[in-house]
Design a protein around this ligand. Structure first.
Ligand SMILES: [Zn+2]
Ligand SMILES: [Zn+2]
Length: 267
């Protein structure tokens, strides 16, 4: 591998998600959950011309992941990759006609030279939902959000990755005592909802045991979490196993409305 491999969340949370991965000269965009205008502004802030995006991947058809995808695809003539169900959900939201050759249904790994993008089904409350892993030679990063629990398949894919953006959606106490109604609380907390701070901490422990060192917490709920609580929960949990921040692992929280510092897994 000759060039830098990095992951840069442009925004993260229930208010909108979009993540840029740069590897081997490629620029891959995962989800477009904010307006096209805001995606372009965020890309410019991190030094990427939207015309230079090589492909767009959609994890699922919730609006916080696809809100800007229709306009971005048409304006910049970009290929969109999504599972069959997600593509259907996305097309349903499209406002104007586009070139159908831009639509690519994910059936297997997607390869761009040395770079492989893998998708794995996630247990979430919409059909066709997946998380993504990007591999280049022996390095890899993963984007793992919007899942009610970690399945064996996801765990197998995640163990040993060099860096991961992992969901830390809610603090259970804040959720239970917060503003959501009973049905929504059950949906968020259920097996097809989102990962809590504690669920996330447990997965991070397993990942550290597998050799992963770089973690970014993402997709925090605006109502049922705050960055300090999410970070504190993970750090305290890991300390219980003698694992120390910065010595044994690196951890940050992806910013909600603006690009975060890049997570670099290969210089
Ligand atoms: Zn989401
Ligand atoms: Zn979702």
């Amino acid at each position: 591998m000759t060039s830098r491999f990095e992951m840069i969340p442009l925004c993260s949370g229930s208010s909108g998600n979009s993540i840029l991965v740069r590897v081997e000269g490629l620029q891959l965009l995962f989800d477009c959950g904010i307006s096209c205008k805001r995606i372009v502004e965020a890309l410019e802030k991190v030094g990427t011309d939207p015309n230079d995006i090589d492909a767009v991947f959609l994890s699922h058809a919730h609006s916080d992941h696809i809100a800007g995808a229709d306009v971005f695809m048409r304006k910049y003539n970009k290929d969109i990759y999504a599972t069959d169900d997600t593509m259907r959900g996305f097309l349903y939201t499209c406002k104007k006609e586009h070139d159908p050759s831009l639509e690519h249904v994910i059936e297997d790994d997607i390869t761009f030279g040395n770079v492989i993008v893998k998708a794995c089904r996630t247990p979430h409350d919409t059909a066709g939902s997946v998380c993504f892993k990007v591999c280049c030679e022996d390095k890899s990063v993963m984007i793992m959000t919007d899942l009610g629990h970690v399945t064996d398949e996801i765990r197998d894919m995640a163990l040993g990755v060099d860096g991961i953006l992992i969901e830390s959606n809610y603090d259970l106490e804040m959720l239970l005592t917060g503003p959501y109604d009973y049905v929504l609380k059950r949906r968020v907390e259920g097996p097809y909802g989102h990962l809590s701070n504690v669920d996330c901490a447990k997965m991070i422990k397993d990942l550290i045991d597998s050799g992963t060192r770089n973690f970014m917490l993402g997709h925090l709920s605006e109502n049922n979490n705050v960055p300090e609580v999410a970070l504190g929960t993970v750090v305290d949990y890991l300390m219980g196993f003698g694992l120390m921040l910065e010595k044994d692992y690196h951890l940050s929280v992806a910013k909600r409305y603006e690009p975060s510092s890049p997570m670099v897994v290969f210089q």
